[in-house]
Design a protein. Structure first.
Length: 336
């Protein structure tokens, strides 16, 4: 059992973001880049080319550099609160369409710089402008609409793979060496901590690497919150006439992780829960959406600098009031 940092003593529940914290996000960014590339170029989507997926995958490095302006667009949109990589692709596609289906991704980056810091509030406006540029009705391009669903399915195709190419799911890697990750999670559990996660991944995509690495059992089943839960909760609320977006930076995922999967989402949205429990939960994340979600529920936040911005994110997390800032989750253990 590894020694844990003393600051962890006060917490009974630790809720992790996954990508950039426990799992590497590189494969997801690759999928997002390929999705944008095909959506805008292929005659089967929004472009006019006879698109070759296998060739695009073979040229992945150059595609990603171009689409995300050498990573600048990823860092910018993550800072503004984009948490799902489906939404990362969606926002870039919308902006490109607004700019005339441009392949000038530096121009896309410059446009994104002018977006507000609460990216969720921009989605409807971006969707409307993108639809107008193509002469389509606004509902066609809205989040969870026809265009969004098409690019989501394309993203999943690149992630899972086809007969043409292996899916990027085959190359999942932990953010720190696996023996160290195993030591950390096992030590936290042995110390009596209950572990959970709140992630923009689907359940299958989350459990696949965790099971492969034999660390899934460290996470309490009631505290595993994935995008599936977000979709189900949003649909449940919508059926009652309440249209609420529950992706981060909304605190829903971490609230559901704290109070458990059986706790009604309606009560979480209404603030009907024992708020005293929040003092004993720590949220661990790498992005603006994570800390905004933690702060919205009143939880302490531990930032790790293994996200897209790396060490450059330290000043950002200091500025927004993170209680703890670590180089990686490895530093939740002492060096003794």
């Amino acid at each position: 059992m590894a020694n844990l940092q003393p600051f962890l003593d006060k917490y009974k529940v630790i809720l992790f973001d996954m990508d950039g914290v426990i799992t590497s996000e590189q494969g997801y960014w690759n999928c997002a880049a390929l999705t944008v590339h095909e959506m805008l170029r292929s005659s089967h989507c929004l472009g006019s080319e006879d698109f070759n997926r296998a060739a695009a995958v073979a040229n992945l490095e150059n595609v990603r550099k171009a689409v995300f302006a050498n990573g600048k667009t990823i860092a910018l949109l993550k800072e503004k609160g984009v948490n799902s990589n489906w939404d990362l692709a969606y926002v870039v596609i919308c902006i490109s369409l607004i700019l005339g289906n441009t392949s000038d991704y530096e121009a896309v980056y410059r446009y994104a710089q002018g977006l507000g810091d609460d990216i969720l509030s921009e989605y409807d406006r971006l969707a409307g402008l993108a639809a107008k540029a193509l002469g389509r009705p606004p509902k066609w391009s809205e989040r969870l609409g026809e265009m969004w669903t098409q690019q989501q399915k394309l993203f999943q195709l690149y992630y899972i793979g086809t007969d043409e190419f292996d899916g990027l799911i085959q190359n999942e890697m932990p953010i720190i060496p696996l023996p160290e990750l195993y030591d950390l999670l096992s030590s936290l559990c042995e110390a009596g901590k209950q572990l959970g996660y709140g992630t923009g991944r689907l359940a299958f995509e989350t459990l696949h690497p965790l099971r492969l690495w034999h660390v899934d059992a460290f996470f309490a089943p009631q505290r595993r919150i994935c995008y599936d839960e977000v979709i189900n909760a949003e649909e449940r609320l919508a059926a009652a006439g309440r249209n609420v977006r529950l992706t981060k930076p909304h605190p829903y995922m971490f609230l559901q992780g704290l109070y458990g999967l059986d706790y009604p989402p309606e009560k979480l949205i209404d603030g009907d829960y024992d708020k005293s429990a929040i003092a004993e939960v720590l949220v661990v994340g790498d992005a603006g959406a994570d800390i905004y979600a933690a702060q919205a529920m009143g939880a302490d936040f531990c930032a790790v600098l293994t996200g897209v911005a790396g060490q450059a994110a330290r000043g950002y997390f200091e500025g927004v009031g993170a209680q703890y800032i670590l180089d990686s989750v490895r530093d939740m253990m002492t060096s003794e």
